[in-house]
Structures are given as C-alpha cells and as structure tokens.
Design a protein around this ligand. Structure first.
Ligand SMILES: [Zn+2]
Length: 220
C-alpha cells in the first residue's frame, strides 16, 4: 500500500497543467513524471516539504519522453542522486531533445520550436539510469510497481501499476474536460489497443498526466 500525492504544475505559455505523482513507500519515495522546467522551484520545494530528499527519493519513473513530463529529471538527479527510468522507444526525446522521434514528423520548424517552448535545453537532456519494459516488476528497485506498455500518445508510453490497482497512465488518458483519450494522440489505433489492455488489468483508479484522477469504471 502506498501513499500518493498529486503535484500539479502549470506549464509555460498557458499550455495548461501537468501532474506529477509522489509515491511514498514507508520511508522512501518515487516520483512519477517531473513536470517542465518553468516550475522547477515549486516542484523541489514540494518534494522537500514531503521529506523526499536525497537518499529518500529513489527513482523518477517517466511515463513517456515529452518535455512537460521530463523537464526536471536531469536537475533532480544532479540534486538528489535519484535514478531515472523510462522506456527505450522514447529514449531520443531525453538524450537528444527529439520530441518527434518515433512519431509522425511535423514541419522541421515545429520540431525545433517545441523543445524551446518547454525550455528543454542541453542541460535538461539526460540518459536514463535504467530502461523499463512491458510487464516488468520494479521490485528490484525497491518499488512495488509493475510496468504496462501503453503506446499511442508516443511509442514509448508506459503506465505504472501498484498492487492495489492505482494506475499512472501518462498521456494515454486525460481528465481535463472529462475522461477520455488524450487529445494529442500520435497513433489512435495503438491507443485503442492500449485502452483495451487496460480494461483487462486489475485497475481501480487512474492517475492521468493531465487533469483529475478518476475511477477506472469511468473509462471510455
Ligand atoms: Zn503531457
């Protein structure tokens, strides 16, 4: 059984808000996603207030490689020595700032502009410390979580499932103006398959990347 603290951070340029989730397992913590750079101080203050400091914060688990979810990973590793885990298919987003790796390619100007808009510069790039893959248990890292591959929003999108049915879905799902698939979807057919997979899993409550957590029974 884990305690879950939702941390909601504003995005730059009025692009809305993003969720991070601080999970407490006894004396230790894991952070699922870590927001974008513009709210770095707010995030680190919230972590400090919760007691998730150096040595206590064990891992940052990324649901995917987008900058609104990964923008403080490199910084938090420098500050706390925390390990970063993510799926391999989104790796170039983290290491090269290539948000459109493995995705449909927009105009090259858009590709160059998006990292700038999110403040994802060279200092924000990082190599994860470990890669996660579908079905994997993270017990070896001291985390009672299981990885569920949920492609659709990006190829390397994953969810993290607790023993008691809490699923951190990243941007497969959102609940900003109602529960549904994320409005920004790279591959809708894959997203539908991911949604079907979720229905087969023992999920009670879903904690999305954007918007309010919701009961799994209200899935579309
Ligand atoms: Zn997002």
């Amino acid at each position: 059984m884990s305690e879950i603290q939702r941390i909601t951070l504003s995005l730059p340029l009025r692009m809305g808000q993003v969720n991070c989730y601080l999970l407490r397992f006894g004396e230790e913590f894991a952070l699922i996603d870590c927001g974008s750079k513009n709210r770095r101080r707010e995030l680190t203050q919230t972590l400090a207030a919760a007691g998730a400091a150096e040595g206590k914060l064990k891992a940052i688990l990324l649901t995917h490689g987008d900058f609104d979810h990964t923008g403080n990973a490199a910084h938090l590793r420098r500050q706390f020595g925390v390990q970063i885990g993510m799926a391999e298919a989104d790796l170039l987003m983290a290491t090269e700032g290539e948000m459109f790796t493995n995705r449909k390619q927009p105009h090259f100007l858009v590709r160059k502009l998006v990292p700038l808009l999110f403040g994802f510069g060279k200092g924000e790039r990082f190599q994860p410390d470990f890669l996660v893959s579908d079905g994997e248990s993270l017990a070896g890292y001291g985390l009672p979580l299981r990885v569920v591959s949920l492609p659709g929003h990006s190829k390397g999108s994953v969810g993290y499932l607790t023993d008691d049915g809490a699923l951190f879905s990243g941007d497969l799902l959102e609940n900003v103006k109602g529960v549904g698939l994320s409005t920004i979807m790279d591959d809708l057919a894959e997203a539908d398959i991911s949604l079907e997979r979720l229905r087969q899993l023992p999920v009670e409550k879903i904690y999305p990347g954007h918007g309010q957590p919701f009961a799994a029974s209200s899935l579309p």
